[in-house]
Ligand binder design. Sequence first.
Ligand SMILES: O=C(CO)COP(=O)(O)O
Length: 249
Amino acid sequence: MRKKMVAGNWKMNMTPSGAVKLAEELKPMVKNDDVDVVFCVPAIDIVPVVNEVKDTNIKVGAENMFYEEKGAYTGELSPEMLVDAGVSYVIIGHSERRQYFHETDEIINKKMRKAIEHKLLPILCCGESLEQRESGVTLEFIKKQIVNAFKYIPPEKVINCIIAYEPIWAIGTGRVATAEQAQEVCAAIRTNIRDIYGAVVAERIRILYGGSVNAGNANHIFSMPDIDGGLVGGASLKPEFAKIVHYDK
Ligand SMILES: O=C(CO)COP(=O)(O)O
């Protein structure tokens, strides 16, 4: 049985003081032993949020990291810095980073390998554009994203990674994929993983859905057999996030 996960992606929201307030408000509301709860927060908020949620069930994630160990990379954060600050997860390859910061599959693969080397758990994002969906290439495109992201990573490491399927057309638009649409793609991703890494990895790896998840649709989406929880944007900045964590109540 895979444990469900609900991860918030705060994106570029929340000043350090605002972040502490939000974490303080949410922490008593998101206790749920059946769900792994993660706050993925802006880099500047990591240290204060880690302090705020220590001794709770909440783990902290970063929204990005660089693939080099250290050195002359102005503005970047290394995996060692994240680990030392108390980070457990790192989002890699979000569509916003692919779009605005020109991250390629090759860069994403380097980040995946480096995160794993430092025992950070990657939340790998994949997802198609509206144009790709309408031209019928969704499954083929996502397979390519997955294959490229996991290149050179052995199955015993792949098993602990998290994949987030986030159709670009459903992010921040209020236009949520139907639970059936999300299930279809998440099942195809699991089949891809099975074909490459075998049944054990495929049964254990967690696949999340992201894109306009809210308190009203989480229960239906998370009840799909291949969907193990959600990566939540807008609704992760509000008390509504706690309702998503308690989706089945
Ligand atoms: O991009 C997302 C999470 O990573 C989804 O964002 P929204 O939940 O705001 O659509």
